[in-house]
Write a protein that binds this ligand. Structure first.
Ligand code: PLP
Length: 417
C-alpha cells in the first residue's frame, strides 16, 4: 500500500452513477471519452441540468424585486440555496454565505474589501507554496496597492506543507493566513483544522482564509469545526455550473467590510449625495445575481448529499490507490505528491517525454487529462518542473478510466520515448 493511503477495499462503487452524467457520453476523435480532468471542472449530473432548465422554462423572472408570484417563488428558491450551502459547509447562518462568480472572485472580494480596509503598509500575509494562482495574485495586487509583505510556507518533497516552519513565519505583523484545503496540482489534503488552531494559538486576531475549491469536492467540510474566518469554493468543480462561487465569512467580519462592487440590489437608499448599503450578504452581491447558476449549485449539493460525502471519499481513495499502483508500474513514470492524506489527483511525468506530447497522444486515445503548471507556477518551480500531466478522478470515475490512461501512456512511450 502506498504511503498514507487508506485501506478502502470495501468502498461502494459509485461509478454506477455514471449514467447520471450525460457529458460522459461524449466522444473524442471517435473514441469513447475517458474523462480524467474533473479537478479542472467536473461533469454535471442530469439533476443539475434539469433544475437549471426548468427555472428558465417554467417560471423565470428576476428575483428580489418582483411583486408577482413567479419572481417571489424564484426568490424563495434562490435564498433556500443560500441556506443549503450554509448547511453543506457547517456555517451557522445563511447570512454568512455570499454568492460570487467563482472562488477567484471570492478571494478578490476579501482582498479588496477586508484587506484594503484593515491592512496597512508593513503588515504581513502568509500563503503557502502550493497555492493556486487564484490565492496568490489577488494578494500581490493588494500588496502592490498598500505595501504588504507576503511570506510563504514551503512544501517538502512529498508535497506536504512544512508545518514546523509555521512558527517562524508567523510574526507580530501577520494579519492573514490564506491557504488551500487540497492542492489542485498534487492532491495533498492539508490539515486545515490544525493549521487554523496553530495560527489562532499564536494570535487569535490573525484572520484565516481557506481555499476549499478542491476540498469541498473530496472532503466533508465544517467551517465551525475548522474555526476559519473565511472559506471559498467554486461551483463548477462540485458538479454544479460555472459562474457561481461561494464566500463564507464570519458574520462579524462580513458586517465590518465595505462593499466590493457597487450597483443595484446591494443598496438601501441612493441619492447623488449619499448611498447606504444593505447588510451582508446582499452588500456584496451587486447587480442581478447568477440566479440560474445558484439553482444549479443547489441541485448539485442535493446530488452530492444523496450519494454521501463519506462514500464519495471512500470510492475516490480506492480508485486513487488503484491508479497509483498502475502508474507506478510504468517504467520511467514519476509521480509527484505523496502526502499522507491525498485526494484523487495523480500528477506525473514520464522520462524523456514532454507532458504536452503525452497530453496530445492521450487526446488521440480519447483520454482527457490536464497538462501544464495547473495555475501553480511557484509549486512547479519548487518541484523543479515546468509541467506535469494530471489525471484527476471524480465520483463517476472507474477502473476502466485508469486502464485507458495506462494503455494511452504505453502507446505514448512506444511512439515517443
Ligand atoms: C485550489 C483552487 N483554487 C482556486 C481555483 C480557482 O477556481 P475558479 O477558476 O473557479 O475561480 C481552482 C481552480 O482550478 C483551484 O483548483
Amino acid at each position: 500500500m502506498v504511503r498514507g493511503m487508506r485501506n478502502t477495499v470495501s468502498a461502494a462503487d459509485l461509478s454506477v452513477y455514471r449514467e447520471d452524467f450525460p457529458g460522459l457520453r461524449a466522444t473524442m476523435h471517435g473514441k469513447a471519452l475517458t474523462f480524467l480532468d474533473s479537478a479542472a471542472s467536473a461533469q454535471k449530473p442530469e439533476v443539475v441540468l434539469s433544475a437549471m432548465d426548468s427555472v428558465l422554462r417554467e417560471g423565470y423572472a428576476n428575483i428580489h424585486r418582483g411583486l408577482y408570484e413567479i419572481s417571489q417563488n424564484l426568490t424563495a428558491d434562490f435564498e433556500a440555496v443560500r441556506g443549503k450551502v450554509a448547511r453543506f459547509i457547517g456555517a451557522p447562518a445563511a447570512g454568512e454565505i455570499v454568492f460570487t462568480r467563482n472562488a477567484t472572485e471570492a478571494i478578490n472580494l476579501v482582498a479588496q474589501s477586508w484587506g484594503k480596509t484593515y491592512l496597512c503598509a508593513g503588515d504581513e500575509i502568509v500563503l503557502t507554496e502550493m497555492e493556486h494562482h487564484a490565492n496568490i495574485v489577488p494578494w500581490q495586487i493588494l500588496r502592490d496597492q498598500i505595501g504588504l509583505t507576503i511570506r510563504v510556507l514551503p512544501v517538502d518533497d512529498d508535497g506536504e506543507l512544512i508545518l514546523d516552519q509555521l512558527g517562524d513565519i508567523l510574526g507580530p505583523r501577520t494579519r492573514l493566513v490564506s491557504f488551500t484545503y487540497v492542492s489542485n496540482a498534487l492532491g495533498t489534503v492539508n490539515p486545515v483544522g490544525e493549521i487554523v488552531r496553530r495560527v489562532k494559538a499564536y494570535n487569535p486576531d490573525i484572520v484565516t482564509l481557506v481555499d476549499a475549491s478542491q476540498g469541498v469536492v473530496h472532503r466533508r467540510i465544517d467551517v465551525s469545526a475548522l474555526g476559519t474566518d473565511f472559506l471559498v469554493f467554486t461551483g463548477h468543480k462540485l458538479y454544479g455550473p460555472t459562474g457561481i462561487g461561494v464566500l463564507y465569512g464570519r458574520k462579524m467580519l462580513l458586517e465590518s467590510m465595505p462593499p466590493y462592487q457597487g450597483g443595484g440590489d446591494m443598496i438601501e437608499s441612493v441619492s447623488f449625495e449619499r448611498t447606504t448599503f444593505k447588510s451582508p450578504p446582499q452588500r456584496f452581491e451587486a447587480g442581478t445575481p447568477p440566479i440560474v447558476e445558484v439553482i444549479g449549485l443547489g441541485a448539485a449539493i442535493d446530488y452530492v448529499w444523496s450519494l454521501g460525502l463519506s462514500d464519495i471519499e471512500s470510492w475516490e481513495s480506492r480508485l486513487l490507490a488503484i491508479g497509483t499502483n498502475a502508474l507506478e508500474s510504468i517504467e520511467g513514470l514519476r509521480l509527484y505528491g505523496r502526502a499522507r492524506d491525498k485526494a484523487s489527483i495523480l500528477s506525473f511525468t514520464i522520462d524523456g517525454i514532454h507532458p504536452g506530447d503525452l497530453g496530445m497522444i492521450l487526446d488521440q486515445c480519447g483520454v482527457a487529462v490536464r497538462v501544464g503548471h495547473h495555475c501553480c507556477m511557484p509549486l512547479m518551480r519548487r518541484l523543479g518542473l515546468d509541467a506535469t500531466c494530471r489525471a484527476s478522478l471524480a465520483l463517476y470515475s472507474n477502473e476502466d478510466d485508469i486502464n485507458n490512461l495506462v494503455t494511452g501512456l504505453h502507446k505514448a512511450i512506444r511512439l515517443l520515448a
